[in-house]
Write a protein that binds this ligand. Structure first.
Ligand code: CP
Ligand code: NVA
Length: 327
């Protein structure tokens, strides 16, 4: 990495330094601007994609992304692997490291991706766990950077459930010097340990991290309003109960108007229209949700390039772009 870390894996935004995150965002922008320059960077390499939960964006963007880099993907569905049940995480890691050059995993328990990273000698990429969604956060900040031309000092308000997406958004915001606000109903806050880490990192980068139960306060004067489903994958049984609890946290036109006049709206998708966000907000000209979804492709190509190829990808021009970042 360009910063302090020399990481084999991409498990959490917390594992990296601010300059690593800046570097990966910059590489993502470079890859987006010059895709053909990277067309054979991972020639002949295979990424195994283990999915224990459904996906549209993660599956398609990793699949298309590795192909655009000259490699191949292998989709492994929940019924095929049945991690930890049909076969131990250790045995899966020891098999796959002899067959493929990288593994992307979407699963429930974060410990599974951590164990896989310890056991496998090849890169492991976290494609979402109950705890975090770091690939999403990279696409989120790439989108915000494109829209606002900088990241430091921006007020980014996440309104809804204190979930995996909120946690990674907060971690990454702390890394880039943003002012992250997370507004949740009482009882659905992010855990204190995660918030403490973000606050400590934010002190180093000039950012801040504020948690509240007041959605109006969080949205007020924000540059970015972000929300996600009220019941994440695995929590479907709570969906009905949560609908009532979360209704005051719905991002509707009234709440969106509390943000700056040029504020943008983001959502990791899939969205439950009419629940966490109303159509007039998600379909408004200031909603960048589909640009954000596309940016999963570019930012994950940068992650795969860095993990699977390392220094090789540092083409001329990257340094200049990085200097423009003001992150
Ligand atoms: N945002 C996201 O991860 O979408 P999928 O669940 O469709 O992959
Ligand atoms: N928080 C959501 C994100 C989906 C991309 C979930 O975990 O289901």
């Amino acid at each position: 990495m360009n910063g302090n870390a020399n990481r084999k894996d991409f498990l959490s935004i917390r594992d990296f330094s601010p300059s690593d995150i800046q570097y990966l965002l910059t590489l993502g922008r470079q890859v987006k601007a010059h895709p053909s320059a990277y067309g054979s960077a991972l020639r002949g390499e295979t990424l195994a994609m283990i999915f224990e939960k459904p996906s549209l964006r993660t599956r398609v963007t990793f699949d298309v992304g590795i192909q655009q880099l000259g490699g191949f993907s292998l989709y492994l569905s929940p019924v095929e692997i049945n991690l930890g049940k049909r076969e131990s995480v250790y045995d899966v890691a020891k098999n796959l490291e002899r067959m493929v050059q990288g593994i992307m995993i979407r699963t429930y328990s974060h410990e599974i991706v951590e164990q896989m990273a310890v056991y496998a000698s090849i890169p492991i990429i976290n494609g979402l766990t109950d705890y975090s969604h770091p690939c999403q956060a990279m696409a989120d900040y790439l989108t915000i950077w494109e829209a606002k031309q900088h990241l430091d000092g921006l007020k980014i308000a996440f309104i809804g459930d204190g979930n995996n997406v909120a946690r990674s958004l907060m971690f990454a915001g702390a890394q880039v010097g943003a002012h992250v606000w997370v507004a949740t109903p009482p009882g659905y806050e992010l855990d204190a340990h995660s918030v403490a880490w973000a606050r400590k990192r934010a002190v180093e980068t000039g950012g801040t991290c504020t948690v509240t139960n007041d959605p109006d306060e969080a949205a007020s004067g924000a540059d970015v309003i972000y929300t996600d489903v009220w019941a994440s994958m695995g929590k479907e049984a709570e969906a009905e109960k949560r609908k009532h609890i979360f209704l005051p946290y719905q991002v509707d036109a009234t709440l969106f108007r509390r943000a700056k006049p040029d504020a943008i709206f983001l959502h990791c998708l899939p969205a439950h229209r009419g629940d966490e966000v109303t159509d007039d907000v998600i379909d408004s000209p200031r909603s960048l949700v589909f640009q954000q979804a596309e940016n999963r492709l570019h930012s994950q190509k940068a992650i795969m390039l860095e993990l699977m190829k390392g220094e090789f990808v540092k083409l001329p021009g990257l340094v200049e772009l990085q200097e423009l970042a003001h992150i």
